[in-house]
Design a protein. Sequence first.
Length: 197
Amino acid sequence: MHPDVALVARVRDGDTHAFEQLVRQYDRQVFRIAQHITQNREDAEDIVQDAFLKAYEKLDQFQGNSKFSTWLIRIAVNESLMRLRKRKNARTVSMDEDVQTDEGFIPRDFADWSPNPEQQFGQSELADILRKTIQGLPEGFRSVFVLRDVENLSTEETAEMLGLSVPAVKSRLLRARLQLRERLSRHFKQAKGAPEK
């Protein structure tokens, strides 16, 4: 029996310290997943609170067929996706989002503030490029990619959390990876072809 099952039983019996232990155990993981999906720290912080509150309120629905963390992360992913949908309906435009054209999606064009070549390929720059590229993936692909390749969850866990079949997860993951590779290679070709100043 997984140790979380005993903690959940204690919470159901009114032990708030047991729930605090679950929060301490999983809050960072939930935050990372929420931030990867929403690309917004404030939203991720809110989602962590909302996910744990919802988990606490609906603890009677946790049946113990899966790990508590799997159930909790599914709640957090749903909260993250709902937050993204609300954001889309708010009609705001993120500078990080790509622009849709007849040929597909291209990065928004702003004044060139690129760093010198030594800085350009620094670790933080590469991480930022990757983060923006992941953010440009369609919602369904991004969720699968974050859970599988960023959080290193198994295909089965990812399928369970997103309510998908294992073949659907594999298909979306493959398509996400192909899109990422294509976008990153396009980005670096453009960067390489840019005239030096």
